[in-house]
Design a protein around this ligand. Structure first.
Ligand code: SF4
Length: 255
């Protein structure tokens, strides 16, 4: 039995049942967590992309408000790292153009655009309005299912999740194991000021909607501007308890 402390839930220090019962996984997780201790974002990135996990890691990106930082960190090591991008069919056009711009700028060589399966779309949301009636179900077939399928075959992934983003992310560790793969969160400790400083230092382009009042950007029907005095994620699924799309239950970026 592993000595790893386990909280088997969506966004806590996520460790799956397999990590508890598979001594080899538990030992590897403990080793990676020990190696991550005291490292900064670059060091955690290196753990994910170099050494024992080189060539086995994917990055999941929404090409949203803060995505350029993680993509830039990754591209410094290997711009051909697979980037999994959930093209839900409900994104802003600005996001698609921003993806293309970052691809060009950073030389990203392996962006994989994940669409919902046509059969799922026909069966579950033929009119494209499920988001208004049942957003959890909409996120499931447009995000969770395609991402889970795309992550098969990868041993690890890197996410851009930050602890400050939601209360559920406040306890996440830099290295986790969830749903059969390691999950690295190199930006876990970063604040919005850290992100801003990195963006300025490297002259990274900003998502065009940020300056238009969208600090967190997801699908068009479920994202609105944030007014003065509102918090960072208040523009996502406004009026609902929901503050996650569900992909972090299977893995994911700060989508
Ligand atoms: S964010 Fe909204 S539109 Fe996008 S998948 Fe979820 S419910 Fe559907």
């Amino acid at each position: 039995m592993s000595a790893v402390t386990v909280i088997d839930r969506v966004n806590g220090p996520a460790v799956s049942e397999r990590a508890i019962h598979d001594p080899a996984i538990a030992a590897q997780l403990a080793r990676l967590q020990a190696a991550a201790h005291g490292r900064d974002a670059h060091g955690i990135r290196d753990l994910a992309l170099r050494g024992e996990l080189a060539g086995k890691t994917a990055l999941v990106s929404s090409f949203g408000a803060e995505s350029a930082v993680l993509l830039h960190l990754m591209a410094e090591i290997d711009p051909n790292t697979p980037v999994l991008f959930l093209n839900t069919g409900k994104l802003f056009g600005e996001t698609l153009r921003y993806r293309d711009r970052l691809q060009e700028l950073l030389g990203l060589g392996d962006i994989r655009s994940l669409a919902p399966h046509p059969a799922d779309r026909a069966a579950r949301d033929p009119e494209g309005t499920l988001w208004a009636r049942n957003p959890d179900s909409c996120c499931d077939f447009r995000k969770v299912v395609p991402l889970k399928r795309a992550l098969e075959g990868f041993t690890a992934q890197i996410t851009g999740r930050k602890r400050f983003q939601t209360k559920n992310r406040a306890a996440m560790q830099a290295v986790e194991f969830f749903d059969d793969r390691f999950r690295f969160n190199p930006l876990a400790e970063w604040s919005q000021a850290d992100l801003e400083a990195y963006t300025v230092k490297h002259a990274l382009p900003r998502h065009p909607l940020v300056e238009d009042g969208y600090p967190s950007i997801g699908c068009m029907p479920c994202t609105r501007r944030v007014a003065a005095g509102e918090s960072y994620r208040d523009g996502r699924w406004a009026g609902l308890e929901k503050d996650e799309c569900g992909i972090h239950g299977v893995d994911g970026e700060g989508i």
